[in-house]
Design a protein around this ligand. Structure first.
Ligand SMILES: Cc1ncc(COP(=O)(O)O)c(C=O)c1O
Length: 449
């Protein structure tokens, strides 16, 4: 029976320099990485450079990249037009400490893609992009609680780090799931301000929101839930949520940090034709540079405007950093060209459908869930449409497939089975075919076990 070592064999033999660097890096950075999610067993590889759909590691391996910077690089690495726009900006000063015309041009561009955004404010990450609007919604409604879907991920602030992963012994009925801090150091009292609802379970969601309506300032949602992998909304879930939140006077916040400019130019709100009150963006919005932000209805966003009687705090030294705005603007312009999303989705479909077909041909049970260029493969014989459905997937098989593929030069995204991977517009048919062939080798070994 093949062991984990059998699946890791090629990775280990091809990444000796990364291994040596890991031994040094772990003394300098906790777990030897700059962000926890970058770590995986037996050790992560280290990157030298990236271009197009490839990253090149310390050992000189060329790796087909489906992590894509964990989402932003939908045009591939170092798109020449984006590089040119960045270079043009670099000579014009780095930080102004005052506002620029370019930022307003960026907002106009975002508005064209997402007409629900009447006004917009910049931030520097997805974490900030979800943190600020929660406060705005509290000020606007005079209520304090925020509802978030169990399993969803909205970044690293204390309100977002609630119910991200709920330990089995703390799981309750979906209609009465208390919030649980994710990891140590998150104050328990914040849990009391968060209300959990189950994405894609309309009956339970309606029940939870209706019962808590008097206290709820906002419902925040990843319109395609990527916390836990990838779950596409079913049965008009988003439209029903829109109607209910409107009826109850609750602000509806779409966290489109991952889906914005990825599942359509106008994000999930375009793809599913639902208009939120506030939208959070980051990742693709900055074209690979640090840019996030949130925007929505004028009435709500004006809570930020300084006025007598007080307003909502919003700030950030690096907000609308000129280099990030230049990169983001160019990226959004490129994505606005005709036919771009048809191509992006076609490439995504060929990978995700291909994985399903190849696994089925080998007799390996998988559920592949994807929306355009975003998806995940679950090793299970059941449909996976909700976060709890993914609790008993076979994580060992996923790790085996991931490690075998990486050893053969294919990086299937965020290195954990509860995450996701992406395609870009520059992945070629050859890249996809190679990735399927390599997966087929892994499935063959898995099927033998
Ligand atoms: C849906 C969603 N929201 C927020 C964030 C946080 O973004 P950042 O890592 O830029 O802080 C992420 C990051 O993966 C995300 O996927």
């Amino acid at each position: 029976m093949p062991t984990s070592a059998a699946y890791e064999k090629e990775y280990v033999s091809r990444t000796r320099r990364s291994r040596a660097h890991f031994e040094k890096a772990r003394k300098l950075l906790p777990a030897g990485v700059e962000s926890n999610v970058r770590f995986f067993e037996p050790y992560p590889f280290y990157v030298k450079r990236a271009k197009g759909p490839y990253i090149y590691d310390l050992d000189g391996n060329r790796i087909i990249d489906f992590a894509l910077g964990y989402g932003p690089m939908i045009l591939g690495h170092d798109n020449p037009e984006v590089v040119k726009a960045v270079k043009a900006q670099v000579g014009k000063g780095t930080m102004y400490g005052a506002s620029s015309e370019m930022a307003a041009e960026y907002v106009r561009t975002i508005q064209k893609a997402m007409p629900s955004i009447e006004m917009f404010r910049f931030a520097n990450s997805g974490t900030e992009a979800t943190m600020h609007p929660m406060r705005v919604a509290r000020a606007y409604t005079g209520r304090e609680k925020i509802a978030k879907a169990e399993g969803s991920y909205h970044g690293g602030h204390d309100y977002a780090l609630q119910g991200v992963d709920i330990p089995e012994d703390m799981l309750r009925d979906v209609r009465h799931q208390p919030s649980v801090p994710f990891g140590k150091g998150v104050p328990k009292c914040i849990s009391d301000l968060m209300v959990m609802y189950p994405f894609n379970d309309w009956g339970a969601t309606e029940d939870v929101l209706t019962r808590n309506a008097d206290d709820l300032a906002a419902v925040i949602i990843e319109p395609v839930q990527a916390g836990g992998g990838c779950f596409a909304p079913r049965d008009n879930y988003l439209k029903r949520l829109r109607k209910l939140t409107k009826d109850l006077g609750i602000v509806l916040i779409f966290d489109e940090v991952l889906t914005g400019f990825r599942v359509a130019r106008g994000g999930a709100q375009e793809r599913y034709d639902v208009k939120p009150d506030i939208t959070c963006v980051a990742k693709v919005a900055g074209g690979g540079y640090q840019l996030g932000g949130f925007g929505g209805s004028r009435k709500i966003m004006e809570e930020i405007v300084p006025k007598a009687g007080g307003n909502v705090y919003h700030g950030g030294t690096y907000n609308a950093h000129p280099v990030s705005v230049a990169a983001g603007l160019k990226t959004l312009q490129i994505l606005g060209r005709p036919g771009v999303y048809r191509k992006i989705d076609r490439i995504g479909d060929s990978l995700f459908r291909g994985l399903k077909d190849v696994a089925e041909d080998r007799g390996v049970d998988v559920w592949v869930e994807s929306v355009g260029s975003l998806g995940q493969m679950y090793f299970t014989d059941k449909e996976v449409s909700k976060w709890r459905d993914a609790m008993d997937i076979d994580r060992e098989k996923w790790n085996h497939w991931f490690m075998h593929s990486l050893g053969r030069g294919v990086f299937f995204g965020v290195p954990h089975p509860d995450e996701h991977f992406f395609t870009s517009i520059v992945h070629s048919e050859k890249d996809i075919q190679h990735s399927l062939d390599v997966s087929d080798e892994a499935f063959k070994m898995i099927a033998k076990e």
